[in-house]
Design a protein around this ligand. Structure first.
Ligand code: NDP
Length: 284
């Protein structure tokens, strides 16, 4: 069977940037694929999964709300996907569906492109959802010296604490939400990452942190790419801190997925400004 189709499955899916991103790769690197967005509800997931696996799909991306639910359906998953408990990319190889998680590589590539060295740094991550786990896993790989983790709901923070204890060997500390400002003033982490959805379109007037807590020696990183920049990053910049927005993570997790499907290395860096412009036009 000729496997030339690719897709992203999720719900909602109408505003996904993945078709634009992957069609750019297909066109510019002359790859033999087509890419579509498919709205798939949780009830439909098992049926659609079997359909994709047994028809002409080379693979697919998985987004909200299926990143965790897809795992038990897969024939195999990468060590990273298993450790994080979520897959965002599936490849069909010899009839078997194999899941991976390219958010880890996306995050590390974004930080490399921004020339932010993570090794031996103290990092605060705000948020404890799926993206936060991928980032925490990446921070360990990058050799940070300490991770401070904070989240609004204590239940999810506790789940994250247990997951970190079982998965991560980097020194870490958990901060209760109501103590965030106080702990931040005391510890002064060098890098602060927003892995919550606070400040994401349409709630563009919100930030997870009071602006008085930023200082020029910090770097603020936001995984959000709509809007660009978020209020969190705008306020960090006004305080003189370095900033990194989430657009390159989106692009680089996509590059990693397309490299899995095509078996080719995509030399994206020279084309990055052009692709960023296309995506930013769609976001604006
Ligand atoms: P989840 O739904 O799994 O987690 C959402 C997180 O946001 C939780 O920690 C939640 O805390 C927190 N949160 C939501 N609303 C509030 C609020 N009002 N106040 C404080 N905390 C809040 O989402 P993901 O982890 O998948 O995604 C998180 C963000 O990362 C999203 O904005 C997403 O767009 C972005 N992202 C970007 C990627 C990229 O490529 N650039 C890749 C993946 C994600 P609580 O537990 O208290 O509800």
């Amino acid at each position: 069977m000729d496997r030339t189709k690719l897709a992203v499955i999720g719900d909602p899916i109408a505003h996904s940037l993945s078709p634009l991103l992957h069609r750019f790769f297909i066109e510019h690197f002359h790859l033999p694929f087509s890419y579509e967005a498919r709205r798939v509800t949780p009830d439909e997931l098992p049926r659609v999964f079997v359909e994709l696996k047994n028809s002409s799909y080379r693979g697919f991306n998985v987004t909200i709300p299926h990143k965790q639910a897809i795992l038990p359906l897969l024939d195999e998953s990468s060590e990273t996907a298993r450790a994080i408990g979520a897959a965002n990319t599936v490849i069909i190889e010899d009839g078997a569906a194999i899941g991976g998680n390219t958010d880890v590589r996306g995050f590390l590539s974004m930080m490399r492109l921004a020339a932010v060295d993570l090794s031996r740094r103290e990092v605060l991550i705000i948020g404890a959802g799926g993206a936060a786990r991928a980032v925490i896993f990446a921070l360990q790989q990058a050799g940070v010296s300490r991770i401070f983790a904070c989240n609004r709901s204590p239940q999810r923070l506790e789940e994250c604490r247990r997951w970190m204890a079982a998965t991560i060997s980097t020194r870490s500390e958990i901060w209760a939400w109501h103590k965030l400002s106080q702990r931040l003033r005391k510890q002064r982490p060098e890098i602060i990452i927003n892995a919550t959805s606070v400040g994401m379109h349409p709630n563009v007037g919100e930030s997870p942190l009071p602006k008085t807590l930023f200082s020029p020696e910090m770097t603020a990183v936001d995984l959000i790419y709509n809007p660009l920049p978020t209020k969190f990053l705008q306020e960090a910049k006004e305080a003189g801190a370095g900033i990194v927005d989430g657009l390159n993570m989106l692009i680089m997790q996509g590059v990693a997925a397309m490299e899995m499907w095509s078996g080719k290395q995509l030399d994206i860096e020279a084309r990055l400004p052009e692709l960023q412009k296309i995506l930013m036009n769609k976001i604006a």
